[in-house]
Design a protein around this ligand. Structure first.
Ligand code: ATP
Ligand code: MG
Length: 582
């Protein structure tokens, strides 16, 4: 049983959450493959593929499919192909092809020389279509698209045969040849499989397999003006490539009999199709069409906006590919659709970054602090560890001087109980440096606090005093003179509702866009070591979360950081609460 299936309902969100910490090592798909290996169905081969349509950027749902398809091949010592199902030139673009290649590679998979395109097989597919016509299994239909729809029937009513269904083979061959030659305008006729207009499976009611489309294709240019339909091309592509296990999402279950029909009628190699449940995430839409709409409407800055569930967005936000692979493994695979709590994705990202991200100090909303008894002009360097548990990650120097910045939220004039940070008369520890005590507060005309005066205890260098005196709060800080200016972007979910499709009458999912999903802080101060940060590099800003130097906006040397995740682990908290209840 998969983790997902075993997962409990999350009481707060109603979403399923995976239960175990361990990666899933077996599932129903691997069980099928094991059985096929036992029975020697494919001569010991395991060969999978990931077949994206290049009509948008990849999202985290695709990552699940990639990790599953390619992960299985890797586990079994098999092979995997990256194949573009590029059968619809009106929606497909070279930009999408390039982005998909980049994203799959970034996830850590290498398809070696097995990058394919369905369009590479157009000639072969045409031959297959001719073969079906010759066998009396396909015909050219002059009905319009609307008529075809009307003749199709419904789930409860059988369809009707087209008046062109009984065209002689020779006439069909001639017409199909002339379709290819460009003699007809778009929509004037189609090639249909001749199966069964009364089939309870609507996919089997003489589906269209070729249509006329005078459109330039990103790869084949103007070589073709007829294009195979996805349902015709997809299974043939798998067959041509010798795929053993065609793993796809549940919505293709009802298409499987059609794919089987094509392969059987043509008498060609037959892969095994296996369906699994697609990934859904709370507070997220996961469809290229919907994501494209957000890009087109300008709700986000592009496909790679850090709030998008796209791989390019997640990358720009700072999510490591290893975290996505871990997430994909831990959610498991199931046969029924469910929704994963996005807090679990964030949990996986946080766990990964906790291991690998160097710690630095950054003040997001600065409040000036003057240390009255610290000599003017003096600068000390403190050696700070980059990772408290990993000495191998080394140390860096952090300058300290008379004027510092601390976080505005780390000071309160009238602190409530359990507030252990700075307050008038209160002593706190500055991380890696000294103890300081607040002695005075400076205000502007409106009465707002603009500066604090403190004293420091020179004996407390390094964070402890000879008398062993205890302080409850430890603050991060930067030296005012040495700090670098930075911009920081904080994110909330892109949608306000767990299920963005839950809308009032007459609205669509965009009604649930979160107006506060992006908050930009422009006067942040970060420690000087970050001058050496490479675009795309990731850090833990102590007490503030994990951040990534934006690879696009920091190209010119400016510092713009995106918060990947905060320190707060909502998912772990939910799990703890569940365990307490159990
Ligand atoms: P979308 O619905 O987002 O437009 P799609 O299924 O049309 O996606 P394709 O390019 O056809 O996109 O998908 C390539 C592969 O990725 C398919 O095998 C599909 O089953 C799989 N896939 C797409 N979305 C998900 C998802 N949310 N979870 C798991 N696999 C997915
Ligand atoms: Mg699709």
């Amino acid at each position: 049983m998969s983790n997902m299936a075993a997962g409990k309902e999350n009481e707060k969100t109603g979403a399923a959450t995976p239960e175990t910490e361990a990666a899933v090592t077996t599932d129903f798909i691997r069980a099928i493959i094991d059985a096929d290996l036992q029975s020697d169905k494919y001569g010991g081969r395991v060969h999978t593929r990931f077949p994206p349509e290049p009509n948008g950027y990849l999202h985290i749902g695709h990552a699940k499919s990639i990790c599953l398809n390619f992960g299985i091949a890797e586990d079994y010592g098999g092979k995997y192909n990256l194949r573009f199902d590029d059968t619809n030139p009106t929606k497909e673009e070279e930009e999408y092809i390039q982005s998909i290649i980049k994203d799959v590679y970034w996830l850590g998979f290498d398809w070696e020389d097995r990058l394919f395109f369905a369009s590479d097989y157009f000639e072969q597919m045409y031959e297959y279509a001719v073969q079906l016509i010759e066998a009396g299994k396909a015909y050219v239909d002059d009905l319009s698209a609307e008529e075809i729809r009307a003749y199709r029937g419904t789930l409860t009513k059988p369809g009707q045969n087209s008046p062109y269904r009984e065209r002689p083979v020779a006439e069909n061959l001639d017409l199909f040849k002339r379709m290819r030659a460009g003699e007809f305008v778009d929509g004037s006729c189609v090639l249909r499989a001749k199966i069964d207009m009364a089939s309870p499976n609507l996919n089997m009611r003489d589906p269209v397999i070729y249509r006329i489309l005078h459109a330039s294709h990103p790869r084949t240019g103007d070589a073709w003006c007829i294009y195979p339909m996805y349902d015709f091309a997809h299974g043939l592509g798998d067959s041509i490539e010798g795929i053993t296990h065609s793993i796809c999402t549940l919505e293709f279950e009802a298409h499987r009999p059609l794919y089987d029909w094509f392969l059987d009628e043509l008498g060609i190699y037959h892969p095994q199709q296996i369906e699994f449940a697609r990934l859904n995430l709370t507070y997220t839409v996961m469809s290229k069409r919907k994501l494209l709409l957000l890009v087109q409407r300008g709700d986000v800055s592009g496909w790679d906006d850090p709030r998008m569930p796209t791989l390019s967005g997640l990358r720009r936000r700072g999510c490591p590919p290893e975290a996505i692979r871990a997430f994909s493994g831990r959610i498991g695979v199931a046969k029924s659709n469910s929704t994963v709590d996005v807090a679990f994705l964030e949990h996986c990202i946080r766990q990964d970054l906790n291991e690998r991200a160097p710690r630095v100090m950054a003040v997001l909303e600065p409040l000036k602090v003057v240390i009255d008894n610290y000599p003017e002009g003096q600068v000390e360097e403190f050696e700070a560890d980059n990772h408290p548990q990993k000495p191998e990650m080394g140390t860096r120097q952090v300058p300290f001087s008379r004027e510092l910045y601390i976080e505005r939220a780390d000071f309160m004039e009238e602190p409530p109980r359990k507030y252990f940070r700075l307050a008038p008369g209160r002593e706190v520890r500055l991380k890696h440096a000294y103890y300081i005590t607040c002695v005075d507060v400076v205000r502007d005309e409106q009465g707002a606090v603009v500066e604090l005066h403190c004293t420091y205890d020179p004996e407390s260098r390094g964070g402890a005093t000879p008398d062993g005196r205890k302080v409850r709060g430890t603050l991060h800080w930067v030296s005012a003179e040495h700090a670098l200016d930075a911009e920081v972007r904080l994110y909330e979910h892109l949608f306000t509702k767990e299920n963005p499709y839950e809308v009032e009458e007459g609205e669509d999912f965009t009604a649930n866009l979160n107006p506060n999903s992006l908050q930009t802080l422009t006067s942040c101060k970060v420690e000087p070591s970050l001058a050496r940060a490479a675009p795309g590099s990731r850090y833990q800003f102590m007490r503030q979360g994990y951040f990534c130097l934006d690879p696009v906006d920091s190209a010119g040397g400016a510092l713009a950081f995106n918060r990947t995740v905060s320190m707060r682990d909502t998912w772990a908290k939910i799990q703890r609460a569940q365990r307490r209840k159990a």
